[in-house]
Design a protein around this ligand. Structure first.
Ligand code: IP8
Length: 284
């Protein structure tokens, strides 16, 4: 599928080589200890930032999740749900402000790690470029991502609390941003970096194995996951996003960021040595 050139691409000495685009989402589960509030994994973050900085085959658009900096608060204040009687509007607004501030602490740590690794990150917070309606994306302006790419930066966005026309505010997952980017930028792959080596086969407790190919059948068989607080659907939500990306004609992979070099491998060649992949479907 032909890639779209960023609008307003620079010319002359600032012209950026037209490499293919890859969207990479660093999951909150790998950057943080998701069950504990606001606990970064600094060594993992530094290594993943290096793997991103060393990419020479693609222009990277980077996303990251909220992990322990966003999900516990989002669940506590019910920000993925309609406002209800249990929290007053003022409490919900205060909750949104707290979660928004905490997620930005993680975002700053990601930007710092990328700068330290020699990359050129450019922050694009979607709270000022997106709007939701009853927890679903209603509008997103991806021009700032285009402009950052055209300027030679690595645009970096993240799952966030965003304005909601009906609920006041709600949660926008970076997985949803990834689906929108697949549609808009036509990257040659979207790589989700997680704390697991792939999607485990549904129902195979005890002798779990990683499913290599993520089909609609695999998705249907996945049960909603218990465990760490997750405001945006956990592994099932991620597989839904990967299937949506594949339907847009783009390969989507899920790999482990705890395994040294797996991200670099996922960006090389056809990228599918590790993890689980939803294969691009030919779009008509
Ligand atoms: O971790 C969730 O984003 P995700 C954003 O990409 C918040 O699903 C604030 C919980």
């Amino acid at each position: 599928m032909p890639q779209r050139e960023p609008a307003g691409a620079l010319t002359g000495p600032f012209a950026i080589p037209s490499l293919p685009i890859a969207v990479v989402k660093l999951g909150g589960s790998v950057l943080t200890r998701k069950r504990e509030s606001e606990k970064l994994r600094p060594k993992v973050l530094a290594r993943l930032a290096r793997e991103v900085a060393e990419v020479r085959t693609h222009r990277i658009v980077l996303l990251h999740g909220a992990g322990g900096f966003g999900h516990p608060g989002a669940v506590r204040f019910g920000l993925s749900l309609p406002p209800n009687g249990s929290a007053s509007p003022t409490e919900r607004i205060r909750g949104a402000a707290i979660v928004s501030a905490e997620v930005r602490r993680l975002h700053l740590a990601v930007l710092r790690a990328l700068v330290d690794a020699g990359a050129r990150p450019w922050s694009v917070p979607m709270a000022t470029h997106a709007e939701q309606e009853e927890g679903r994306l209603a509008h997103i302006d991806l021009d700032p991502i285009d402009r950052a790419l055209a300027g030679g930066f690595v645009p970096v966005s993240f799952g966030d609390v965003v304005p909601d026309r009906v609920w006041g505010s709600s949660i926008l997952s970076a997985d949803t941003i990834a689906v929108e980017l697949a549609e808009r930028l036509r990257p040659d792959r979207v790589v989700f970096v997680s704390d697991v080596p792939g999607v485990y086969s549904p129902g195979a407790a005890g002798r779990r194995h990683v499913v290599r190919e993520l089909t609609d059948e695999v998705y249907s068989a996945l049960a909603p996951a218990p465990g760490a607080p997750d405001a945006t659907g956990g592994i099932r939500g991620k597989v839904a996003a990967m299937r949506a990306i594949a339907r847009r004609g783009v390969n989507a992979g899920l790999i482990s960021g705890l395994s040294d070099g797996a991200l670099s491998r996922a960006l090389r060649d056809d990228g599918s040595t590790d993890g689980s992949w939803a294969r691009a479907e030919s779009s008509s």
